[in-house]
Design a protein around this ligand. Structure first.
Ligand SMILES: [Zn+2]
Length: 326
């Protein structure tokens, strides 16, 4: 028994000490339960408790319920001070988990009650990144500004303008744009113009796509933009996707950001062994394991690496190479 425990501990240490990159992490979804407690204590009137912001081990929610959880979390992060604290805590936690390069993504949010504007929101994230740098954490952090699909094209245009401003002024901290939010909200074609504009300005594009089945046309519209990376791509390769989509992604070598626990807990993938990581890994397509929302889904990047390795029988030599294929 003792030997078994030792073996488990050795494995946990191995994955946590392995130098990793995290490319798909939503700021508000990455808030740990420790930070959540601090936020809840600041706003006792809201009567929000831990269970409403985190999905425990073995529990599941629908994708729709997951998006509702974000609405609750947003009530707790309403001021520039909240955003600063959350950013610093999240960076520290990723650094403690052996992440050496981190791209955070987040939608700039305006809150009338506190006077937070979209601009001060972005500035607070950047300040958190700057302060973490001064604390000499061994991690390089960048920021992708998110376009929430629910806002529609006019908000998207506004967000692209903001991203362009910060892209020019931050010297490589703001790198690009993320398209995310409820995949059933709006249509891809609504976002084409602002996304093209962003691309022309030199912003990189990381697009959530094919998160739900039967969106072949919608997915092709987004793929035609030749995004720099794909978030999830859950239904590209499975039932409800198509071989044409898979071939397109392969031909253009567009890397995939894959988040196992997120997909299991939000029930878009039925079990770990049926995760599409298996398919893309088997054809040696560039893909990277990410957490999506380490707070909401109660996970860590090291845990996701271990899950992927154990589910798909990767040897230790395959892990750093295999999970970070290029
Ligand atoms: Zn995501």
């Amino acid at each position: 028994m003792e030997a078994e425990e030792e073996q488990q501990q050795w494995k946990t240490n191995f994955y946590s000490e392995l130098p990793k990159v995290e490319l798909h992490a939503h700021l508000n979804g990455s808030i740990s339960s420790n930070t959540m407690k601090k936020l809840i204590a600041k706003k006792p009137g809201l009567k929000i408790h831990d269970q409403m912001t985190m999905i425990d081990k073995g529990k599941k929610r629908t994708l729709e319920e997951c998006f509702q959880m974000f609405q609750i979390i947003h009530q707790l992060t309403t001021s520039p001070e909240d955003i600063l604290m959350v950013t610093k805590d999240v960076i520290k936690e990723f650094a403690d988990d052996g992440v050496k390069y981190l791209e955070l993504r987040s939608t700039p949010r305006k809150e009338n009650a506190t006077g937070m504007t979209k601009k001060t929101y972005v500035e607070s994230v950047l300040e958190g990144i700057k302060q973490s740098k001064h604390e000499n954490l061994d991690i390089d952090v960048r920021y992708l500004i998110s376009v929430d699909r629910r806002g529609g094209p006019s908000v998207a245009r506004e967000t692209v303008k903001l991203a362009e401003e910060f892209f020019l002024s931050t010297e490589d901290t703001v790198l690009g744009l993320d398209l995310s939010g409820d995949p059933t909200a709006g249509q891809a074609k609504d976002f084409l113009e602002p996304l093209l504009e962003a691309k022309k300005s030199g912003l990189k594009l990381a697009l959530h796509l094919s998160e739900i089945p039967n969106q072949i046309k919608e997915t092709q519209v987004l793929l035609d933009l030749l995004p720099d990376r794909i978030g999830h791509g859950t239904f590209l390769s499975s039932e409800g996707g198509s071989l044409d989509l898979v071939n397109f992604v392969r031909k253009h070598q567009i890397p995939l950001e894959l988040c196992l626990t997120s997909n299991i807990k939000s029930q878009t993938v039925p079990s770990y062994d049926q995760h599409h990581f298996g398919f893309w890994y088997s054809i040696a397509h560039p893909s990277v394991i990410c957490t999506d929302d380490k707070g909401v889904f109660a996970t860590h990047l090291s845990q996701e690496y271990q899950l992927a390795a154990e589910t798909f029988n990767l040897t230790q030599a395959q892990i750093p190479r295999g999970l970070l294929r290029r």
